[in-house]
Design a protein around this ligand. Sequence first.
Ligand code: GTP
Ligand code: MG
Length: 287
Amino acid sequence: MTIQWFPGHMTKARRQIEDKLKLIDVVIELLDARVPLSSRNPMVDEILKGKPRLVLLNKTDLADPQVTAQWVKYFAEQGLPALPIDAATGTATKEILPRVKQLWADKIERQLSKGINPRAVRALIVGIPNVGKSTLINQLAGKKIAATGDKPGVTKGQQWIKVGTEMDLLDTPGILWPKFEDQLVGQRLAATGAIKEELLHLDEIALFVVRYMVEHYGAALQERFGVTDLPEDMENVHEVVKVMEAIGRKRGAIVSGGKVDLDKASLIIIRDLRAGKMGRISLEKPQ
Ligand SMILES: Nc1nc2c(ncn2[C@@H]2O[C@H](COP(=O)(O)OP(=O)(O)OP(=O)(O)O)[C@@H](O)[C@H]2O)c(=O)[nH]1
Ligand SMILES: [Mg+2]
């Protein structure tokens, strides 16, 4: 399956960001800690041309802590210090303002030396749909100002939000790129919830998830669903489907005649993964 994705408001979002760029001091690039590189929009570098940047790895509560540590190291080696956070509960989000100010320190310094009271630093939050941009803004603002939701495409327009007196944040709709060159990237983003479900074949995404789980988190899969006899040969689709069927049977996803309802089983697998019910799972590792 090739996931194609052409929603008009994504193109519009890109244009709107380009229009606002001259007002922006610092860019906060929000990535999904479970799939950091796959959730990195290749357009961002091109659009944001050399603006000071802070990389945040969000949803670390759902990601494998060991893998997140590897990613932090990976980004540091690229000269991009990345801060792991959990925007929903606010873990480490207090470190964001000092880091943003640090990126803007020279400018603040210059204003002070001219006797000007430094204005609030203006930060733009960019990230793919559903990565947690609006949640982060609410967390930083200490109140619910931006609409959030457990599906991609919640934020439709741009909105400036004040964080105390020192920072103004611009919330934007998530931007996805029009076509995934790498099928694996599309599958990871589908599994973690960046792509509208109506556009997906859920069984293919669940197949990808189960295959990855057997290969990397077999024990967690067994514990969650009580499935035994995990296949050795994960390249064999039939073997993977058998695991999906076993999960469906355990969870009562049965149609009349006793056959497993594979669509329902797929939904259960995907929902459980996204809710962290299988434990803390990362779907991408450095290299
Ligand atoms: N577990 C977990 N969930 C999070 C975290 N941050 C955000 N979420 C959830 O992710 C979902 C999407 O959050 P939003 O803030 O609406 O995402 P967004 O990036 O603004 O999405 P769009 O506006 O659609 O582009 C919501 O259900 C949030 O509660 C996090 O750190 N951990
Ligand atoms: Mg939003």
